[in-house]
Design a protein around this ligand. Sequence first.
Ligand SMILES: Nc1ncnc2c1ncn2[C@@H]1O[C@H](COP(=O)(O)OP(=O)(O)O)[C@@H](O)[C@H]1O
Ligand SMILES: [Mg+2]
Length: 245
Amino acid sequence: MIIGFVQTTGGTGKSTLALNTAFSKAAARHHDSIALVELDHQGTLRSWWEEREEMGYGSGKVSFHHISSTQKEVFQEGIKAITQHNDLIIMDIPGEGTGRLHTRFACAFCDVAVIPMRQSTNDENAFLDNLYPIIKDIVLAVPEKRGRFYVLPVFTHPLASQKKIHAYFKEVLPPHVTCLKAVYPARAVYENFNRRGLNLNEYAAVVASNRKYRQQVEKAVEDVETIAKTLIDIGRKKDDHAQGK
Ligand SMILES: Nc1ncnc2c1ncn2[C@@H]1O[C@H](COP(=O)(O)OP(=O)(O)O)[C@@H](O)[C@H]1O
Ligand SMILES: [Mg+2]
């Protein structure tokens, strides 16, 4: 199963979501080997992974891969090799501005493509201008890919009504794009957590003795688990459907 986080504008939490989904309990529960794949040439995750290795953290079922070539063949071979050795693949996919080919191929490969989007006309317009034309092309060329594109509302107010947020996106999203039944709230804990190569669960363990931090990070862990579970359930349903179950 391939789950991709796809960028429309920078800084919407894509890399953070990708790494924490790969290390989520929901992913580990259903998958034996998990590949976190970064296509973004900025290399945010590669630096983060190098820090993990320097610190000697074990990564369990999760392996890391960085593909920077935008050559179609290199990309396809790379993904093929990773799919042969892993049953869950989480991709961090750049937007049009940074890697035109990556975005197109990677979106076409995904079983579930997640577009993290703030509730802002800026993000909505960037999506409609940059990413939506690619989605339309893919759906037109391969009709089975319909229903694979999901917007995840991000940096929502932690106390905001999810129902209202979902109703809002339902209104503004074009055909073939659904709003995911989850949100990714803004939380202050992210200012500190991804330092020194940690993932969110490891950070939670580090701050466990500090009551204030612990409560904050627990909420963030819950957010990510809900998102990961929602995505993995969608992927599993699609798998079952494809296998005629
Ligand atoms: N839920 C969140 N709440 C607040 N800040 C967040 C959250 N998730 C990520 N961030 C912060 O937002 C910034 C951008 O996140 P990042 O994952 O690098 O986005 P992208 O990969 O889309 O550019 C980072 O500084 C990150 O720590
Ligand atoms: Mg990023």
